[in-house]
Design a protein around this ligand. Structure first.
Ligand SMILES: [Ca+2]
Ligand SMILES: [Ca+2]
Ligand SMILES: [Ca+2]
Length: 221
């Protein structure tokens, strides 16, 4: 009897562990994009409400010129349809600034995309960096960058700003199960007129603009 009880207990523990594992969030560095087409207006559509949130909160140590608690951060959610990857950024940032003449030093968000997920150490024709500042100004870089591929809307909030962006995908096969390389970044001018902090989702070095090998993964679901 004791042995049977013991066996049941072991099975129960194993089953619970498995059940908990099934409910667990995906491993670090893997983001899920759900299928849906939002209105690109800076407002949070119902489509977004069921999407998991990913935190862009890790500083790059050598770029941090202010206290970490004062650094701009964001949560990001992802959607996709047959032609686009969409990202909703809810950014905490105060004060807001676009004073610098460098787009990357203005209060802004950046999405890095490796559509074939080749993880190359230089940018290829499917790789690009897309940037939107808190005023909705679009910029970007990389071998695969074309300003015609990105549309965005931005609105200010009490805590900072919201950016809703759509990236037209040419290289990726947009269907459930497809994966692409992804990194997420927030740039913060905290009042110096220059970039005072960089927050990243995954790889805490300032190399995503030129090297796709350390990107995380976005999986279309
Ligand atoms: Ca919207
Ligand atoms: Ca700022
Ligand atoms: Ca690539």
């Amino acid at each position: 009897m004791t042995r049977i009880l013991h066996a049941c207990l072991v099975i129960s523990i194993v089953t619970n562990a498995w059940a908990n594992d099934q409910q667990a969030k995906p491993p670090k560095g893997i983001a899920i994009a759900k299928q849906g087409t939002p209105d690109l207006d800076g407002k949070i559509d119902d489509h977004w409400k069921a999407c998991p949130k990913y935190a862009v909160t890790q500083p790059i140590a050598e770029s941090l010129k202010i206290e970490q608690k004062d650094m701009a951060t964001a949560t990001v959610q992802l959607l996709w349809d047959d032609k686009h990857l969409y990202a909703l950024w809810i950014v905490k940032d105060s004060p807001l600034s676009a004073e610098s003449s460098d787009d990357w030093a203005q209060d802004s968000v950046e999405l890095f995309l490796d559509q074939h997920q080749d993880k190359s150490v230089t940018y290829e024709s499917d790789d690009a960096q897309y940037r939107v500042n808190f005023q909705g100004k679009i910029s970007g870089q990389g071998t695969g960058y074309d300003e015609a591929d990105i549309k965005a809307a931005a609105i200010k909030t009490k805590q900072g700003y919201i950016v809703e962006m759509a990236i037209r995908t040419h290289a990726a096969d947009m269907k459930p199960g497809t994966t692409m390389g992804l990194e997420l970044q927030v740039n913060d001018d905290h009042g110096s007129g220059q970039r005072d902090a960089i927050a990243k989702w995954l790889h805490t070095e300032d190399d995503s603009w030129q090297d796709t090998s350390k990107f995380g993964t976005v999986q279309l679901k």
